[in-house]
Design a protein around this ligand. Sequence first.
Ligand code: SAH
Length: 499
Amino acid sequence: MLLTISCTRPDGAAWTASDLGYLLHKNPSRIQTFEQSYGEAHVFYPEAGEERCTAALLLEIDPVRLVRGKPKGTPDFSLGQYVNDRPYAASSLLSVAISTVFGTALHGRCKQRPELAETALPLRIELPAVPCKGGAEYAERVFAPLGWTVVATPLPLDPAFPDWGDSHYLRLELTGTMRLSDALSHLYVLLPVLDGSKHYWLDSGEIDKLLRFGEGWLVDHPEREWITRRYLTRRYTLVRTALARLAELDDAEPEELDAIEEITEDTVAEGDSTAGAAAEGSETEDERGPSLAVLRRAAVHRALLEVGASRVLDLGCGQGSLLRELVADRAFTEIVGIDVSMRELKIAARRMRRLPEWQSKRVTARQGALTYTDASLTGYDAAVLMEVIEHVDAPRLKALEQSVFGAAAPGAVVVTTPNSEFNVRYDGLAAGAFRHSDHRFEWSRAEFADWAQRVGETYGYAVRFAPIGPEDAEVGASTQMAVFTKQGKSDDSDEKGAA
Ligand code: SAH
């Protein structure tokens, strides 16, 4: 999926076309990649001259990730969810990318060239494939009233078989002179409107977005009603909103974090955390206090200090959020992350590249499967399994127990997992559903205690339990933690059975 935005400098203008880079907050001399929950977004400039400059936003969509993010019980599980046009067609995913990657420009802010952000620029926007079920005239009907010259060319279903006619995809070219933020807001709102894909949930936040990004143009648009109807009933971001909220409750560190940092760098303290979907999965503090993900890391960190660990394994380290927290604490001299997923490790590695040297030299992350014994994992002071066991198929859990508690046998093991009793407190989580589509089980406090006691007895560990997150009198806290300490080798055996 590709979007290009080109700008040409009018004769005598006091700016150069490559100033587009300032407006987009993306340096024309670099290729930049932003992790998105559904794949990657790349920004690069095929051309960046004084007279003409073109910025390209290329999305690489992973259809499998798109599906994996969906909660269990999503009604239409089908092959179509895996094999579809999302990787190629400019849909609402592109809107999400515009808001996360070009959020500052979308909001019309530019510290270095504030006057240029307010200037109408000669722009040309090209999209090689836009799904538009209503036909080419709809592209004309929504974009032309906003001042765009629209060339919408239907794409043939198959060029080898002209008899088959046209597909419902268009090549779309828009030319017009307007502020960049206006151009981006038109795309942000109207691409999902033209797209006819199906979407499931609706919340009032979407209405706010429509009104905010439609400000100044939607109210007078002749197709205002049609746009509004289509926008609100066909928004993929609603799915994302629901998923991002669930992800915050659960173990997923928002992958857009880098994009959020990117946006906030330029918009410090504006109190606008609504840069499209960027902030939807944000784990930053708000009026509700720190997110569960933050509390969880703090609790695990504290437990590791309490057992006096300095060489630590983070088993199932994912994108490395705990690694980054631990490495900032000099109490830990060696931190090793293990994960089965190369994709998660790639993100972890990219994030760790930004660490100062004194931190990065104490941490490594590599691939490994916890259900297989790995001799190199022996001899550590402590191991963490943070939000990992529930991702392992129940029949394989014994193999993980053996490899971690039996073979690696660290001095302490810290395990966190969702407390399923708490699920009733989450609006939007269907009864009996899991918090994350990849969870194989979620345990009540009693089930977790049974498991932990059995593992402790089998492998010679004492165990204590602690809640993480605000505690509810009836159902407990959202996350539950068990801290195992090896008996016989250490002198804190009096902890056995302590609550
Ligand atoms: N501990 C991290 C990530 C939790 S998500 C955090 O709390 O942020 C669970 C992680 O466990 C995923 O990254 C997944 O790839 C990993 N995982 C699941 N089964 C695994 C296995 N058998 N071996 C190694 N890693 C596994």
